[in-house]
Unconditional design. Structure first.
Length: 339
């Protein structure tokens, strides 16, 4: 019937529109821009409330590209929030149930993953959120300065010798709404809600870099990557209000790992190399303000293989090619105690 076709088209339109709006809002931090004049220069900070105190996070100089991008996003944030409400009401008016509407949100699936991992004891057993979502946690909850967030993919690191609770992890993710797929090498990936979940494990020097590792007790196969032990051995767990418990690498481990992997990327991945180094710089600026984090950074550097340490020192020098002219890699050298 014509009316059924109209309702179906309306339903699909509003679901697509709401999905797009929510996806945009996930990349926009809460708060407002504040300008400060320091030694004659004009600098912008993102001001937000953390509990009972106000927190200012450095964004950049007044004319920086990152500042202009954030201005544009903040300018439309409230309008997009209102539009999300409008699309939800429109979906309800044509008979779409609340659980279907929520199912289409980006935020809910991520929250469900955190909740399930917490309930099943997977965070305690060694699983860890890494990659860009980890950096997002640092931005919003650890005071790391803003840097544009461009991906919604979720990377989960799993110890190669995982010996935690027996869980069918694939079934857990499918129950949330993700669909299972495979890479050419057999490593499992999961798609849904406009996101991709990738499972990663350390290669342990067994020559399986880029290959797959079967995690028997989780009934999944993960992609083998180098240096992941650095993240899995230096971790922190805390609760995010409204989301739940999550385990991520410590900021020093995250910074040092990025310095190791950035030079390994191909020439075609220049944008990713720049992202790696910009994130290193942002995290280093936060670490330098905390003596304990500086000590942890140097302790990790002292504990790793000397060949790795040399690669890190070389990587710090390479950073200059990828940072904006007004950014210096000196802060990273100071954190790591490099000459």
């Amino acid at each position: 019937m014509v009316i059924d076709d109209i309702l179906k088209e309306s339903r699909e339109y509003y679901l697509r529109r709401k999905r797009s709006l929510v996806g945009f809002l996930l990349g926009v931090p809460r708060g407002s821009l504040r300008k400060k004049v320091i030694h004659g220069g004009r600098y912008c900070y993102l001001r937000s409330r953390e509990g009972t105190r106000m927190l200012d996070v450095y964004v950049g100089k007044e004319k920086d590209q990152a500042v202009e991008l954030l201005k544009r996003k903040l300018a439309v944030r409230s309008r997009f929030i209102d539009e999300v409400k409008v699309t939800r009401n429109a979906l309800k008016s044509i008979g779409v149930k609340n659980d279907v509407i929520d199912h289409e949100d980006f935020g809910l699936p991520l929250k469900r993953i955190f909740e399930e991992f917490d309930r099943l004891g997977l965070w305690e057993a060694g699983l860890e959120l890494v990659g860009s979502w980890c950096f997002k946690v640092f931005q919003y909850h650890m005071g790391v300065e803003f840097y544009p967030f461009r991906t919604l993919d979720i990377d989960i690191a799993i110890p190669a010798a995982y010996d935690g609770p027996e869980v069918d992890l694939g079934e857990v993710l499918k129950s949330i709404g993700f669909e299972q797929d495979f890479r050419a090498n057999g490593a499992m990936i999961y798609h849904g809600f406009g996101m991709m979940i990738e499972l990663l494990s350390p290669d342990k020097g067994r020559g399986v870099e880029g290959g797959r590792i079967h995690i028997e007790r989780l009934k999944v196969s993960s992609l083998a990557l180098r240096y992941l032990d650095l993240l899995l051995n230096n971790r922190m767990t805390f609760r995010i209000r409204g989301v739940g418990k999550v385990t991520v690498p410590s900021m020093p481990a995250f910074m040092i790992h990025k310095l190791l992997v950035a030079p390994l990327r191909s020439k075609a991945q220049k944008d990713k190399v720049e992202k790696d180094y910009r994130q290193v710089q942002a995290v280093a600026k936060r670490i330098i303000r905390d003596d304990a984090l500086v000590v942890e950074s140097r302790k990790i550097l002292d504990s790793i293989h000397k060949k790795w340490a040399r690669r890190i020192a070389d990587s710090v020098q390479t950073m200059a090619e990828y940072l904006p002219p007004d950014e210096k890699m000196d802060v990273v050298k100071l954190v790591l105690g490099l000459p």
